[in-house]
Design a protein around this ligand. Structure first.
Ligand code: FAD
Length: 451
């Protein structure tokens, strides 16, 4: 009988997994279920859902280092991780209408002028750009459909029975079940609450995570140009070991840089993306100032409470000391937020940890002397890291359910390359497993030989 692999989530992880299977002539049936839309129908405001998931509408910065973007090397080792990254980047180029446009920035040295206040993390990044991602998505999707992958769009998976090997899904006029032999669970950030629900239902053993919270900082690009010339996606870094706190600038966007609203659990938080097309140039820079806080009891609940406290009228907040106004999105609307006249709400939400963010901005003012008060912050930016389910390191399967594989942000990733690589890694294990089963079936039993 034909093996059935069901992938929940057509995000970066799920799509790379399916591609690996197809490229290797997988004989089973592949079904991908997603609550969003196909790349031909997905709307610009659908930031988190649909083909390639959050990655499809992201800035398309493909980081190329194992210390960034979440966990991979811990499962498969450094060399294998880099090999998997190469495959993911090759896929993005393969479906790109003009692959030579994908450029790599590879800063080598920390410039002296930032040294007294910040460290700079140096690693290579391939930059695709949001507008090209849409075209890549369409080409990639058509390739998978042409090769027999079945997509079920605009259906939400609301339950999974790991014992019966069955997913339950529904949309406005249909509810039903789909059986699987192998399940790849790649619901990304938009499905973290669902992953958490499953972890509770099956009492899955988990590894605790730290809090990752902060703000999205925005300013005219010229203030940062000196550093951008060294590193496009610069990562400024500060660490306060004794307090269990570290801060980093995160996901820098330049040239045609836009702030994006993320909707998770019905609350707004912020992120950013950059377009490649010159028509979108706004000469702005935005990046997250993200703080990692260790040692907080129930970090996931703590983060959610903090995010809730930063909502006014069902959206996040914006503060600028020089009364800058919130920016426009690339679709020409103001970024959804409520303007506030101080950072007090940040202190209310995360307590004195907010001081580290204020200090980080003060230090930037020293390093980038023209910056002054010419900036604004969108509050909050958050990376919800739900407890990571314990998985077998050789195939990312749940320790109690070996045919259920967790991948991408739903496991321990935080970026495109790591998510895609985890998907590819799982697909490899399915291919090896299948090969082993076929060999077992085909091998004739040796006759008993008596000595
Ligand atoms: C605005 C923005 C910009 C970003 N920029 C970058 C960047 O430049 N570089 C980088 O490395 N990372 C970036 N990221 C992060 C990156 O996009 C994610 O880490 C990556 O997409 C995670 O891949 P994934 O496959 O795990 O999940 P996703 O890509 O998020 O895909 C998950 C999919 O699952 C579907 N889904 C969820 N729940 C259900 C359900 N119950 N039923 C059915 N379907 C479901 C969703 O619709 C979605 O399509 C950005 C994220 C955002 C939001």
């Amino acid at each position: 009988m034909q093996e059935k692999t069901v992938i929940v989530g057509a995000g970066v992880a799920g799509v790379n997994a399916a591609t690996k299977l197809i490229d290797n002539n997988y004989k089973g049936k592949i079904t991908i279920i997603d609550m969003g839309k196909s790349p031909h129908e997905r709307l610009p405001e659908e930031v988190m859902t649909g083909f390639l998931g959050a990655g499809g509408w992201s800035d398309g910065k493909l980081t190329y280092h194992t210390s960034i973007g979440g966990q991979l090397a811990k499962y498969c080792g450094e060399d294998k991780a880099m090999e998997l990254f190469d495959e993911v980047i090759a896929n993005f180029k393969r479906f790109h209408p003009n692959p030579s446009e994908v450029q790599c920035s590879d800063p080598q040295e920390e410039p002296d002028f930032i040294k007294p206040y910040f460290g700079l993390r140096l690693f290579p990044v391939w930059h695709v750009g949001t507008d090209y991602l849409h075209e890549i998505g369409k080409n990639w999707y058509d390739f998978l459909v042409d090769n027999g992958v079945e997509f079920v769009w605009e259906h939400k998976v609301y339950d999974i029975d790991f014992d019966k090997k069955e997913v339950s899904l529904a949309n406005h006029d249909f509810a039903g079940e789909i059986k699987y032999d192998k399940l790849i669970f790649g619901v990304g950030k938009s499905g973290i609450d669902f992953g958490k629900k499953l972890a509770e239902k099956y009492e899955l053993p988990t590894e605790p995570k730290s809090v990752q919270i902060g703000v999205r900082f925005e300013a005219p690009q010229h203030h940062f140009q000196k550093l951008i010339d060294v590193s496009y996606d610069f990562k400024l870094y500060q660490k306060f070991e004794e307090k269990g706190v570290s801060l980093r600038s995160f996901c820098t966007n330049n040239n045609a840089a836009y702030v994006a609203v993320e909707d998770t659990y019905g609350n707004h938080s912020y992120n950013g993306h950059a377009k490649k097309d010159e028509a979108f140039r706004n000469d702005m820079t935005n990046f997250g100032i993200l703080m990692e806080i260790k040692g907080i009891d129930k970090p996931f609940d703590w983060s959610r409470e903090a995010v809730k406290k930063l909502q006014i009228n069902n959206t996040g907040t914006f503060y600028s000391p020089s009364k800058r106004i919130p920016s426009m999105t690339s679709e020409g609307e103001f970024v959804k937020c409520v303007v506030v006249d101080s950072m007090d709400s940040l202190y209310d939400a995360i307590g004195d940890y907010a001081l580290h963010i204020e200090d980080f901005i003060e230090d930037m003012k020293k390093v980038f002397p023209t910056l002054g008060n010419d900036w604004g912050i969108y509050m909050p930016e958050v990376k919800y890291l739900s407890p990571e389910p314990l998985v077998n390191y050789d195939d990312l399967s749940l320790t109690r359910f070996p045919n259920v594989h967790f991948v991408g942000d739903a496991l321990s990733a935080r970026g495109i390359t790591v998510s895609g690589a985890q998907g590819t890694y799982v697909a490899e294990s399915i291919l090896i497993n299948k090969e082993a089963t076929e060999m077992e079936k085909n091998s004739t039993k040796p006759e008993n030989i008596e000595f």
